[in-house]
Design a protein. Structure first.
Length: 258
């Protein structure tokens, strides 16, 4: 009996040690406090496949809030960026295209793949994923209107254009709701170098404002999406469909190297 207890204790210590080593193997790179506006989209599968490296394909949910989504366009205001020591690094705005992906032949989602990024800060490019490009012209405006006995109304305008004419923009007016707190830990891969990935650990407040599958009140008052040129132009060929409009009123992200 004592031998069994001793063995069990050794096994527990070994498991704890392995877990500690796994956590220690990850290196914190930065932390950022962000606000995001996320569009879940369904685009032509063949057009998206052409932008993904060999051995990878979209992971497309067949149910739930992300049903049919094969790529996301995410507009991001990186309000505060801090280094691993907590020291301030800066701020920036960006938009990126990321596809939920799996390895070819697998049924399991592996993470998301960075396909294209336009950023307000030229120093961000080409970025850790090798797909960041500076926006030679950009404009971001966000405002909130609140008054007695009236719903809170948000207005947002995002516009990014690269030197080669690639353009991603969004104009949106919506009734703001109360976000649902959540979190995730996910690997983000590079479409330019799929052997490279980072680990995003996130706490967020998600407000689903419009969804094609989940029954939620449609609180989008006006909506205008602009997408053309470059990689974006190949995806937005007139057959694209918006399946969800999600406001992330707060999004705290820690980025780790494996």
């Amino acid at each position: 009996m004592l031998a069994k207890c001793a063995l069990r204790g050794v096994m527990v210590l070994a498991a704890l040690s392995a877990g500690a080593k796994l956590a220690a193997a990850q290196t914190l790179l930065e932390h950022s406090a962000e606000v995001r506006m996320q569009l879940d989209l369904a685009v032509t599968p063949a057009a998206l496949k052409a932008l993904l490296p060999d051995g990878w394909e979209p992971f497309v949910a067949t149910s739930g809030a992300a049903k049919d989504c094969n790529i996301r366009m995410i507009f991001i205001d990186r309000i505060d960026i801090t280094g691993p020591d907590g020291a301030p690094v800066g701020t920036s705005q960006m938009v990126y295209l990321a596809s939920p992906i799996k390895k070819t032949g697998s049924d399991e989602m592996a993470g998301q793949m960075m396909v294209d990024v336009l950023t307000s800060n030229p120093k961000d490019a080409p970025g850790p994923f090798g797909v960041y490009r500076p926006a030679t012209n950009f404009h971001v405006a966000r405002s909130v209107h609140a008054s007695t006995d009236q719903p809170i109304i948000g207005e947002e305008s995002w516009d990014f254009t690269s030197a080669d004419g690639e353009h991603m923009g969004l104009n949106l007016t919506y009734e703001r709701g109360v976000a649902r707190k959540g979190g995730s830990e996910l690997k983000f891969y590079s479409a330019a170098n799929p052997s490279f990935y980072q680990i995003f650990k996130v706490e967020q407040g998600l407000d689903i404002m419009r969804n094609a599958t989940v029954q939620v009140k449609d609180r989008v008052k006006s909506f205008e999406l602009k997408a053309s040129g470059g990689k974006v132009g190949t995806l937005f060929d007139g057959h694209e469909r918006v399946v969800s409009v999600d406001a992330l009123h707060w999004y705290n992200r820690s980025v780790y190297a494996p």
